[in-house]
Design a protein around this ligand. Structure first.
Ligand code: AP5
Ligand code: ZN
Length: 214
């Protein structure tokens, strides 16, 4: 099963990707997590991406497209994958299509901006695994620690309210165009398109996804 999770920053893509990954045994491909790992390693890619990400801007299409093509070619993607945070622009979606990478489902998470700003202020993450928590809505078992490893949770540099607002503006300018793009793709019978109310509780969203995908 090949799935695209589409939605604004903070809409819940990473949270549901973790759920779907364990439910269906397909890998999560989060371009954001890949870039953050590159920053941590201090690789050339990381150095190029850091300033852009901290400012809430998009990394160049060229860089991202190369990264994703390489990733989906790996053996663990043979039975499918979950794209989380890619594609984010029309050129990225076109590049994917040109590379012959089709998808079975596009899932759009719809959440109003004000709900997102509030969510981001309480987000805590476990960088090594990509697991995502919220102080109130999805708290870890032990405050400040990852459930599986007990390691420290951190806040993301780009979760400052000002940066979140910038990321939301970019989402509305560039990424939201993909809603129309994939609705048209679905109208041609090339994928299935699902719109989900992302303001529901985490478990309610997960249940809805299972109903759609099973
Ligand atoms: P990326 O890491 O992809 O960030 P994003 O798309 O902005 O999305 P987020 O990870 O912030 O949100 P999410 O939807 O995963 O929400 P989450 O589940 O964590 O990208 C970061 C940066 O990398 C970009 O700004 C850009 O610079 C660069 N980049 C990445 N991909 C790129 C690309 N393709 N092209 C160019 N540049 C790229 O949830 C958020 C919070 O809400 C959590 O605290 C969670 O616990 C909570 N929550 C989740 N669901 C619910 C719910 N139903 N109810 C209540 N709380 C909930
Ligand atoms: Zn995410």
């Amino acid at each position: 099963m090949r799935i695209i999770l589409l939605g604004a920053p903070g809409a819940g893509k990473g949270t549901q990707a973790q759920f779907l990954m364990s439910k269906y045994g397909i890998p999560q491909i989060s371009t954001g997590d890949m870039l953050r790992a590159a920053i941590k390693e201090g690789s050339e890619l990381g150095v190029a991406a850091k300033k852009i990400m901290d400012a809430g801007q998009l990394v160049s299409d060229e860089l991202i497209i190369g990264l994703v093509k390489e990733r989906v070619a790996k053996a663990d993607c043979a039975n499918g994958f979950l794209l989380d945070g890619f594609p984010r622009t029309i050129p990225q979606a076109d590049a994917m299509k040109d590379a012959g990478i089709s998808v079975d489902h596009v899932i759009e998470f719809d959440v109003p901006d004000d709900v997102i700003v509030e969510r981001m202020s309480g987000r805590r993450v476990h960088p090594a695994s990509g697991r995502v928590y919220h102080l109130v809505y999805n708290p870890p078992k032990v405050t400040g620690k990852d459930d599986e490893t007990g390691e420290e949770l951190v806040t993301r540099v780009d979760d400052l309210e000002e940066t979140v607002r910038k990321r939301l503006a970019i989402y509305h300018e560039q990424t939201e165009l993909l809603v129309g793009y994939y609705r048209e793709t679905a109208a041609r019978g090339e994928t299935q398109y699902h719109h989900i109310d992302g303001t529901q509780a985490v478990d309610a969203v997960s249940q809805q996804l299972v109903t759609l995908l099973d």
